[in-house]
Write a protein of this length. Sequence first.
Length: 139
Amino acid sequence: MRGTTTGREIDLIIENIGGNSGNSPPAGGKGGDDNGKCRRKGQPSPGRYYTGIAVGIVSILMFFMALASAFIVRKGSGDWVPVHIPLVMWFNTAILLASSATLEMARKRLANSNFSGFDNLWLLTTILGVVLRIGQVVA
């Protein structure tokens, strides 16, 4: 039944058998199964983060390779109909790139304590963002 414990489990908790509730090592002095060889001191090694990033990049690469191969197979099937991209979409792309550039320039101005330059570029970035939203609605 949920929420109940047996007497044996309670005895283990009280006697601290099978676990280490404090920061002191067990009676043997070393603690763990590795005889003190793999103890963590401070932060984890950067290799762990690099491995995670590499696994993420490889999985994203595999996903896009699958999409690209599906596109190539589908296009070669003979009944492919190309999509016409409206001119406003190219305009929106240009606006998006321009707003990214102005945002980066604003960030650099702020880092150099040029607050008036930051304000002007931030305003321009905001205006470009509004124009992009309008372009998306039109598209």
